[in-house]
Write a new protein. Sequence first.
Length: 196
Amino acid sequence: MSRVGKKPIPVPGGAKVSVAGRTVSVTGPKGTLSWTVAAGVSAKVDGAQIVIERADDSKQSRASHGTTRALLANMLEGVTQGYKRTLEIYGTGYTCKVQGNQLHLNVGFMGRGYQKPAQFMIDIPAGLKVDIEVPASRGENEPAKFHVSGIDKQLVGQFSAEVRKLRKPEPYKGKGIRYAGEYVRRKVGKVLAGSG
């Protein structure tokens, strides 16, 4: 028996869970999420908790048991509390802003012909919200900062990872996009040999 899968999921106050066949729908103050559980696994509401059961001991059912429990627990947390990821942009003059349904990032790449910096314009997926806390970085100690929030943990994490991938932090000066609190291993730059 999966140690994760056999633990029932408590349903927090303010959340409602409905099961129709293999589709589980979760509704809370922040929104609604639904998900279809894998074959060989079933979910049922038992009082104020969700119980996950598997049909047999096949390899696929055992693999899906704990995963299903974890995903449904994440859905409940998402519709009641939501998820938030904070990203920081290090680099002098790097900026971030939201225009309409797009996140605009200026992270030091040059445009065609090197006339002006290239700006990334990333579409913000439906269900996500981007809040700018600090629009422009100042030096190495004051980064630009923005928050990605939503009810779907996977969507928040995926979008944050795609944004970070545009300019990963480099190891010499630490310039780039990183998660808040992320440790960047630094390298010592080249030391020029003195003449003589």
